[in-house]
Design a protein around this ligand. Structure first.
Ligand code: PLP
Length: 253
């Protein structure tokens, strides 16, 4: 059985963050370990606040997990500030963990800033087998938001220089509706199929934890991304309208 460590934020709706990651890993039949870096206050209508978890607690939790489990993959989500980013970077380097997938979370769909330390976040990229930015995140890292498939490919090449082994550019919001994977030599392109009329909350979280899970199961990176894409498409098609705002992603196998 594969064990996937998730280091991310807590979202009480469970549509995004740690619980969405854990649901994903669970329905894919593997074991998820979860360490919270921040506790957010939010519902389907948006994020109201975010409270950073004390570094001492994160450290203690990680120490226990590292000494008890043999970890097969890591998914990094929301890291609220530079102190947390740097601390997680140190820990990951010390433990030489396999298959690190970083979802470089910066802002919620409705605008709330979830990470206030994007420069520090970039320094973690060399640890990653894959980073999964969306177009808004690319704008923060590169200063320009890609507007076409060609620009997405250019952005992936530029982001590669920050040191991650591979980049998945998520272009679901573009007319071309494609996702682009660049591993330093080849491009792989997936059409984004079904869309929902309302935004779906937590899609980036579910996708990146599904990729980490498939990598932990031993799939190659393009295979893992391809299977995770199918999985997130189902989670979007089956998204739940349970609150007054965005739909909630609904991972199921
Ligand atoms: N809350 C947490 C804890 C998250 O990790 C994320 C995204 O990664 C969000 C909220 C934002 O989700 P959305 O982009 O669907 O608004």
């Amino acid at each position: 059985m594969a064990i996937i460590l998730v280091i991310a934020g807590f979202d009480p709706t469970g549509g995004a963050g740690l619980q969405a990651d854990l649901k994903t890993i669970t329905v894919l039949g593997e074991v998820g370990l979860t360490v919270a870096t921040a506790l957010t206050v939010q519902d389907t209508q948006g994020v109201e606040a975010s409270y950073v978890v004390e570094k001492k607690i994160v450290k203690q939790q990680l120490d226990r997990l590292f000494s008890d489990f043999s970890i097969d993959a890591v998914k990094i989500g929301m890291l609220p500030n530079a102190e947390m980013v740097n601390f997680i970077g140190e820990r990951l380097s010390q433990h030489h963990l396999p298959h690190i997938v970083i979802d470089p979370v910066i802002r919620a769909k409705k605008g709330f800033i979830l990470n206030k330390a994007t420069e520090a976040l970039v320094k973690l990229f060399p640890l990653a087998e894959l980073i999964t930015p969306n177009l808004d995140e690319i704008e923060v890292f590169l200063g320009k938001k890609p507007e076409s498939l060609e620009e997405m490919k250019e952005a992936a090449k530029k982001l590669k220089n920050f040191g991650a082994k591979a980049i998945l550019v998520k272009g679901g919001e573009l007319k071309t509706a494609t996702d682009v994977l660049f591993d330093g030599s080849d491009f792989y392109i997936w059409e984004v199929t079904k869309r929902q009329l309302k935004p779906v909350h937590g899609t980036g979280c579910v996708l990146s934890s599904a990729i980490a899970t498939f990598l932990a199961k031993g799939l190659s990176l393009p295979e893992a991304v391809g299977k995770a894409k199918k999985f997130i498409t189902l989670a979007i098609e089956g998204a739940l309208s349970v609150g007054k705002g965005n739909l909630l992603s609904h991972p199921y196998a």
